[in-house]
Design a protein around this ligand. Structure first.
Ligand SMILES: [Zn+2]
Length: 533
């Protein structure tokens, strides 16, 4: 990447979190990366489908990677690692052939047959494939690596020998963190039974570290077994596994959720015992649902990535994920409209900004520095207001309003706006329109509405050169509000307009709304309200 001098200087002092994170790597290697490149890693457990958590971890890690590339010319890669050697502890609900799946409990996910019958080598291979499709859909630049391949190909053999050599040291790190009954059975190494194919949670004794040999008692047969853990004969217990992966692959950077803080501490100690430096990174906060509860894959609360993408562009999701990764944020459909509008506001501001400001602008990181030049003529919130009104909920009608508002606006000339019209129709019909309830105006509101209607009849805001009708119409609304409510109570006036005309307790700038929806149509809304009084 050819980085302009100005950009590089700004990046080196940027306070944006991806640059702060990348700075950790500059400190890690003051003389440059010893292996000639920086390796980033993200983790994925193929016992379920890829989800928002997967998306955000890969997206955020790539933001750090890109920030690093702006600061220094070091090659780097991202490994998306799938932990498919993990034993299947319970059968995932909703998966077909539950009986068949039960017969494979505790086997590595990479040995469980594909229950979907689409010809994948295993259940893990099926989910790994979904993960890749998922990551490809967002155009992420990554290399996929499956744990099962690393174990079976011998790529992890050397680190497995090292685990056996340092067996006692690893136990000294792990045992004090465990409850007493767990200490009795804990082993850093989980042999895979040649009989049952299960990942065994049994105490293990090292026989010969260099040969990779361990001894254990098979819980099914009661027989003592001596077995090589190399080449797929075992997997490591997860905190040891995580550390071994860092060591064997040479990972320099990996972020993880706040729920893994303990894991990072212990895995980092184990990595040092194994002879390597643990990666840099940070713990991001987890998302909460609209009730402030942790989002869980099994409960299905919060919002799924497919839901978000049905109602808003992908960039708005990336925008939401970019901001404040160390704060617990709500993730529900209710936050989507604001995320969309804020994204476009930052996008519109970008071209005029100097580099230091650009690097603090989320869109720089969302678009890896290649920020499209887009200015929306209408906010998403306003589109939603119009698209949610009775009789408007389809693309053609929304476009007829847009086109009358500004004849230069057409789906062909404004593809970005066209995309948002579709989203506004989807979101509006699903979430906004069903909740709209127009109430009759009160005795105080009736004369104010009547006078607003008369003012609109006299002056529809058009016909004046160089003056935006939306602003003139907003002035009308203000004028009536000041007369009937006074400056201090203007909010009440706006609330009354939203509640009696739109059926909602909040809404857009009324001037912009009237300009877009049309003065005639807006007067019809007023007439309907007055009739209901
Ligand atoms: Zn399949």
């Amino acid at each position: 990447m050819n980085v302009p001098e100005e950009l590089r200087s700004a990046a080196l002092v940027s306070k944006a979190w991806p640059h702060e994170e990348a700075r950790k790597l500059l400190k890690r290697y003051p003389d440059g990366p010893p292996r000639g490149e920086i390796l980033f890693q993200t983790g994925y457990g193929p016992s379920g489908l890829p989800h928002l958590g997967t998306f955000q971890e890969v997206a955020r890690t790539l933001m750090v990677r890109h920030a690093l590339s702006e600061m220094v010319d070091w090659p780097s890669r991202l490994i998306a690692f799938s932990d498919d050697m993990d034993g299947m502890r319970k059968v995932p609900p909703g998966v077909p052939h539950q009986d068949m799946m039960h017969a494979h409990l505790d086997q590595p996910l990479s040995l469980v047959p594909d229950p979907y019958g689409c010809g994948h080598e295993s259940y893990a291979a099926h989910n790994n494939n979904l993960l890749r499709q998922f990551l490809d859909r967002f155009g992420f630049d990554y290399e996929f690596l499956a744990s099962s391949d690393c174990y079976r190909s011998g790529r992890f053999d050397e680190v497995l020998r090292q685990v056996l050599r340092k067996f006692r040291d690893i136990l000294d790190i792990m045992l004090p963190t465990l409850r007493e009954e767990r200490r009795l059975t804990y082993s850093p190494v989980l042999p895979i039974s040649p009989e049952s194919g299960k990942v065994l949670q049994v105490p293990v004794e090292v026989v010969d570290a260099e040969a990779g040999l361990v001894r254990y008692t098979d819980p099914d047969s009661g027989q003592e077994v001596e077995q090589s853990i190399l080449g797929g004969g075992a997997k490591l217990q997860w905190k040891v596994d995580w550390a071994a992966r860092w060591v064997a692959l040479g990972i320099d950077y990996e972020m993880s959720g706040k729920d893994h803080i303990d894991g990072v501490v212990q895995s980092s100690r184990i990595a040092r015992v194994l002879g390597a430096r643990p990666p840099d990174g940070f713990n991001y906060e987890l998302f909460l649902d609209e009730n402030g509860e942790k989002i869980s894959k099994t409960k299905g609360n919060g919002v799924t990535i497919d839901e978000w993408l049905a109602y808003a562009p992908e960039e708005s999701l990336a925008f939401y994920i970019y901001r404040e990764p160390k704060r617990a944020k709500q993730l529900s459909v209710g936050i989507i409209p604001r995320a969309v509008d804020e994204y476009y506001q930052f996008l519109a501001a970008y071209p005029a900004q100097a580099w230091d400001k650009r690097l603090g602008n989320p869109v720089h990181h969302i678009h890896s520095g290649k920020v499209p030049d887009v200015k929306l003529p209408i906010s998403f919130a306003l589109l939603l207001n119009v698209a949610s009104l009775p009789g408007v909920g389809d693309r053609e009608t929304v476009w007829s309003f847009l086109n009358r508002y500004d004849p230069a606006l057409t789906p062909e000339a404004s593809p970005e706006l066209d995309r948002l019209v579709s989203y506004a129709v989807e979101y509006g019909s699903r979430f906004v329109a069903p909740a709209l309830r127009r109430r009759p105006p009160t005795a105080e509101e009736v004369p104010a509405l009547r006078e607003l209607d008369e003012l609109l009849a006299r002056d529809d805001g058009t016909g004046r050169e160089d003056e935006d009708p939306a602003i003139l119409l907003q002035n009308h609304v203000y004028e009536i509000g000041k007369k009937y409510y006074g400056k201090e109570r203007l909010r009440e006036w706006f609330k009354a307009l939203y509640e009696t005309l739109l059926g909602s307790d909040q809404g857009p700038r009324m001037g912009s709304f009237i300009a877009l929806y049309g003065v005639e149509n807006s007067r019809k809304l007023i007439a309907e309200a007055l009739d209901s009084a």
